[in-house]
Design a protein around this ligand. Sequence first.
Ligand code: SER
Length: 297
Amino acid sequence: MTQSVPTSSNSVSPASSKFLTTAELRKSFIDFFVSKQHTHVPSSSLVPYNDPTLLFTNAGMNQFKDCFLGIDKRDYSRAVTSQKCVRAGGKHNDLDNVGYTARHHTFFEMLGNFSFGDYFKKSAIAYAWEFLTSAQWLALDANRLYVTIYETDDEAFDIWHKDIGLPAERIIRIGDNKGAPYASDNFWAMGDTGPCGPCTEVFFDHGAHVEGGLPGTPEEDGDRYIEVWNCVFMQFNRQPDGTMEPLPAPSVDTGMGLERISAILQGVHSNYEIDLFVNLINSAADLLGIKMKTKLP
Ligand code: SER
């Protein structure tokens, strides 16, 4: 691996030497995973097909739920998507945060790579790190990245620490912090039932001028350290009575907010300042005859 290893958390350096538009980022993500033998699958409908457990598509993995459960067999075992999502109700409801944070939306796009019984933790983590930090791809400053893991996931810890070279103090263990077994920011579930598993999340430090603390601290909800990528290690099928049945094969489901990673690559703090929104805001102003131009990043 050619990436540099982070050594310091006190960085004010640029996020990356690159600037990418939202469209370029989406393409770059898909190109990267296609180069790793993933099949590019189109975004599915916002209204899930044949799934009474969901009102709207809330994650890239929804259209692959039956692949994780071993019910549906495709002619590929690796996929990459940019999925349109709505999180305005149900288990993953961001509605109360919209308008209050720099990073939440009701409607957004989620970049994701998926393994259906193919690769697991080691490759999922290596791919995420390579895409984020290698000079050929996003070239993010590794000094500004932190990760969380599920409290008991020593395997993920070892991969981040020994294989990737991330210092131990940048790997934060998060336990069941939501009041029940497996109710954790680092244990992802699609809904009350269905595929689920421990996850590791990558956070970007927007800098000391922004309020907020590291995950696991009382200030974690601030906008300084923003979660950009969630890599879920799908291992269980949660039953209505709460029991966790092992999936037929360990799998991977990842999700990265396109608007969040765009903000980082465009050197702005708020998702609403990225090219996508600035163009929308300016067009709306034109249509309304309002003389204002928000500058593109
Ligand atoms: N399903 C996970 C999430 O939505 C990873 O894509 O965060």
